[in-house]
Design a protein around this ligand. Structure first.
Ligand SMILES: Nc1ncnc2c1ncn2[C@@H]1O[C@H](COP(=O)(O)OP(=O)(O)OP(=O)(O)O)[C@@H](O)[C@H]1O
Length: 459
């Protein structure tokens, strides 16, 4: 799910304290979950370490992540008696748990109807589907809960360092993501929110470890106290005593031997049957939106294929394909035009109304768009070092973007980076694949099935 779909929360039916009286003892930049998401109807369920959910079956032992709609907890499955077993439990905001249609279960239901033998389906093992679901009632409303396998982080610098051949590993991860999307598309399902943030690496070997071993490996959960404005502990049950900071996979003390090189595509909350696209839908974040989605609000498998191109680029290089510095639709569209050329009609002359602010109507002798203003429209990429790939390819092209090489950087709270060049051969092959996925006309885009046979994957 994505934050643009944040549900409007209904006004409280009972008298509860105003939500803005809660603060965190310390908060950090970019933190999604805040104290304000508690203490109100529609908000999060107050959860503490050691709590049991799902009729006592799932015991909370750490937090794995938080998004715009949910917190995801690492739990021990107490039903498993022989060996310890761990699961990821996604607990939705109660405001996101309304309605008959249950987003997270929709794909499982669609696939269930097809009576598939999932072991026989190549891409099925790279899709994260819930194994169980239930509902809990609490002081902030009812919350849908979904049980998933425990996954690890997205690809990051420290993870890459642990692999002997990171380039090969990254290409393999990309292939499996393509297989996962092919699996969905083959069964008429559009993912609807494909981004690199929704590609996590699988874990292995966690089951059987003791809780102490798990905590030792992931780091002791960090608690941040929730306080009232006057600095007191909140007394009402609508707020937890503390929030838990999610596992920091970039921390140097985490043992990455449990993180595999197999990806898994998560967050199928926006997925839909191609034959029945939703009328009211949430948009994928801008960097992954296709031009037809941005300009015509047209949704379909083609949007997934465009997002797939952007996602593969980002996995392989650690950088954004379109709009690295952009923060408006125009800036994203300009970067697409700089990289891919003039848009087809009617987009160029009519639909993209502000285009004339940035580009002339005609293109130059090499088919490149001609900028009117240099600021926004100009490409973000400045070639630096001579005698490298950067000088061979114009920066306003897919090759030019790939010529910047692999640049993975981890920001707050731990800093780390991992960088290296991408060979000229690979730039040629990969830009060919990307160019076929990010075609302007969705009908011209390479299907996920055909993409798997591309020579880039055979390097
Ligand atoms: N199965 C899992 N195993 C481990 N961590 C997970 C798992 N599923 C989700 N996470 C972590 O929890 C975070 C939030 O999950 P998810 O994206 O499903 O929630 P959301 O509220 O729907 O998010 P968004 O606002 O990004 O749409 C993820 O970014 C990821 O870090």
């Amino acid at each position: 799910m994505h934050a643009s779909k944040l549900p409007t929360l209904s006004p409280p039916a009972i008298s509860i304290p105003e939500p803005d009286h809660l603060v965190l003892e310390e908060s950090s930049r970019g933190e999604i979950e805040s104290a304000l998401t508690y203490g109100r109807l529609g908000g999060h369920h107050p959860i503490h370490l050691g709590d049991h959910l799902g009729d006592g079956r799932y015991r909370i032992i750490h937090k794995l992540g938080s998004g715009g709609f949910a917190n995801v907890w690492l739990c021990r499955d107490m039903k498993s008696r022989e060996i310890t077993k761990y699961v990821a439990l996604k607990v939705l905001l109660s405001g996101a748990s309304v309605g008959d249609d249950c987003d997270e279960m929709r794909v499982s239901k669609m696939l269930g109807k097809l009576h598939l033998d999932m072991d026989q389906e190549a891409g099925a093992k790279y899709i994260c589907l819930p194994s169980d679901h239930f509902e809990i009632d609490g002081p902030n409303g009812s919350h849908r809960c979904f049980v998933y396998p425990v996954l690890g982080p997205t690809v990051t610098a420290p993870i890459l360092r642990k692999f002997e051949s990171p380039d090969k590993v990254l290409r393999n991860i990309c292939l499996k993501v393509v297989q996962a999307i092919d699996f969905l598309h083959g069964h008429g399902i559009c993912h609807g929110d494909l981004t690199p943030f929704n590609i996590l690496l699988q874990t292995s070997g966690l089951d059987g470890l003791s809780e102490d071993e798990i905590i030792h490996m992931l780091g002791e959960p960090r608690k941040v106290r929730v306080l009232t404005q006057s600095g007191e502990n909140p007394t009402e049950p609508t707020a937890p005593k503390y929030l838990v900071r999610p596992v920091d996979w970039n921390s140097t003390s985490i043992d990455l031997k449990f993180v595999s090189d197999q990806p898994c595509v998560i967050d199928l909350g926006q997925s839909f049957q191609v034959t029945d696209p939703p009328r009211d839908f949430a948009l994928t974040p801008e960097p992954y939106q296709s031009p037809e989605l941005m300009l015509d609000k047209a949704l379909g498998l083609g949007c997934d294929l465009w997002a797939l191109g952007c996602t593969l680029f980002e996995i392989r290089t650690g950088g954004r394909l379109f709009g690295k510095w952009a923060n408006t639709d125009d800036a994203y569209l300009c970067d697409m035009a700089n990289t891919l050329g003039k848009f087809p009609e009617p987009w160029w002359s009519t639909t993209w109304e502000s285009r004339k602010k940035w580009y002339k109507d005609e293109v130059d002798s090499q088919g490149r768009v001609i900028s009117i203003l240099n600021d926004l429209a100009k490409d973000n990429v400045v070639p630096e070092e001579p005698e490298s790939n950067r000088d061979i390819h114009p920066s306003g092209s897919l090759q030019g973007k790939l010529a910047q090489g692999l640049r993975y950087e981890v920001g707050w709270p731990s800093w780390d980076s991992f960088s290296r060049d991408i060979s000229a051969d690979e730039i040629e092959m990969f830009s060919d694949l990307l160019g076929k996925l990010v075609k302007f006309d969705p009908k011209d885009r390479l299907t996920a099935k055909a993409a798997q046979d591309h020579e880039w994957f055979k390097m």
